[in-house]
Design a protein around this ligand. Structure first.
Ligand SMILES: NC(=O)c1ccc[n+]([C@@H]2O[C@H](COP(=O)([O-])OP(=O)(O)OC[C@H]3O[C@@H](n4cnc5c(N)ncnc54)[C@H](O)[C@@H]3O)[C@@H](O)[C@H]2O)c1
Ligand SMILES: CC(C)[C@H](C(=O)O)[C@@H](O)C(=O)O
Ligand SMILES: [Mg+2]
Length: 366
């Protein structure tokens, strides 16, 4: 197959982990006979510096001319004092909205070689296998009015029935292909948007009689994620709750640097990015864990291009390098050998080039 991929490295460790993902994808292209064309463009702080906007039209054009988008991370102290419309994060929010990427899929699965790095007991962490389905283009991030004066500030939480229906349907479809359980997380004891959310889940569940549904308040869900994460299969929730719960869930796997994500719309077009941020504290030091970016690239192959075997090969290669005892500094507690970002990527590519690599599908989300 021939595909064009827009690459938006962004800021901090974004360029380091994106470069790693591209190396892995080039190795896949060689092995499976695909051609990937790369269209590099700026987003976030890098775009603010060059174009004075966090999402320039040039970047939108590059993405529109591509089959999928691969993104690193945005943000950093250099731009933290910027006005809201000039913040790197605004570029990320705008690109999600522009392309209507309403479904943010964040799979969380225990990695056997990293159980020693999980803050949870091994017997709990090792059975974790869930997907967080986060609504990404509405809610508190986008609601109007959004404004600030000297003595007061306003953010607005709005959800329409249609916005809730489409994300809830995404979660039900996914649960059908997994263990058949959806946990809808809200704050229906306080928020009107959550009451509508809960009502829509109740209505939509009539179409999915084979799926078990439970409702959980977000504070209780945050507690349960740590005490009994095995109880979750598919979690569906609104934008901000999903942001918070996914960082919390990520550390069960040992590190935020492990968690990939896909942000997709109904026709399969998507943006793929690690869940983590630009990690300014380790940027430019060849220390970042590239796994989340590499596994996000695997999600792209599977979800946007239907390349299931190729995605499975990448997931297997990353796991195999960890099984062989290699990791980056964020996972030093696992007892594995700490190597640089570059060395880790070289190891992954060596695994991919070994004919024996098993094309084992680790994450189940499509
Ligand atoms: N999707 C995104 O682009 C995204 C996501 C989250 C935060 N951010 C932005 O990133 C900046 C920094 O935010 P933060 O510090 O709160 O969150 P962060 O995710 O960047 O970092 C949190 C901690 O995790 C570590 N970490 C994160 N990714 C890692 C990796 N791949 N390998 C090893 N260690 C890793 C960092 O070193 C840091 O100690 C902010 O400007 C924030 O807005 C961007
Ligand atoms: C950087 C920020 C705007 C973003 C979000 O909150 O969505 C990030 O935390 C994420 O999880 O992708
Ligand atoms: Mg986040």
């Amino acid at each position: 197959m021939e595909k064009t991929i827009a690459v938006l490295p962004g800021d901090g460790i974004g360029p380091e982990v994106t470069k790693a993902a591209i190396k892995v994808l080039n190795s896949i292209a060689m092995r499976y006979g695909h051609t990937f064309h790369w269209k590099h463009a700026e987003i976030g702080g890098a775009a603010v510096d060059k174009y004075e906007v966090p999402l320039p039209q040039e970047t939108i054009d590059a993405c529109e001319a591509s089959d999928a988008i691969l993104l690193g991370a945005v943000g950093g102290p250099k731009w933290d004092q910027n006005a809201a419309h000039m913040r790197p994060e605004k570029g990320l929010l705008n690109i999600r909205k522009h392309f209507d990427l309403f479904a943010n899929i964040r799979p969380v699965k225990a990695v056997p070689a990293l159980l020693g790095s999980s803050p949870l007991k091994e017997e709990i962490a090792k059975q974790v296998d869930m997907v967080i389905v986060r609504e990404l283009t509405s809610g508190l991030y986008f609601g109007e009015p959004k404004q600030r004066s000297e003595d007061a500030a306003v953010d607005t939480l709005v959800y329409t029935r249609k916005e809730i229906e489409r994300i809830v349907d995404t979660a039900f479809e996914m649960a059908r292909n997994r263990r058949g359980k959806v946990t809808s997380v809200d704050k229906a004891n306080v928020l009107e948007t959550s009451k509508l959310w809960r009502q829509v889940v109740e209505e939509r569940k009539q179409e999915y009689p084979d799926v078990e549904v439970e409702h959980m308040l977000v504070d209780s869900a945050a507690m349960k994620l740590i005490t009994d994460p095995r109880a979750f299969d598919v979690i569906v929730t609104e934008n901000m709750f999903g942001d918070i719960l996914s960082d919390e869930a990520s550390v069960i796997t040992g590190s935020l640097g492990m968690l990939p994500s896909a942000s997709v719309r109904s026709d399969g077009f998507g943006l793929y990015e690690p869940v983590h941020g630009s990690a300014p504290d380790i940027a430019g030091q060849n220390k970042a864990n590239p796994s989340a970016a590499i596994l996000s690239a695997a999600m792209m192959l599977k979800q946007s291009f239907g390349m299931h075997a190729e995605a499975g090969a990448i997931e297997a290669a990353v796991m195999s390098v960890m099984d062989d005892g290699y990791c980056t500094g964020d996972l030093s507690a696992s007892g594995n050998k700490v190597v640089s970002t570059d060395r880790f990527v070289t190891k992954v590519i060596e695994e991919l080039e070994r004919e024996l690599v098993s094309e084992h599908i680790m994450y189940s989300y499509v």
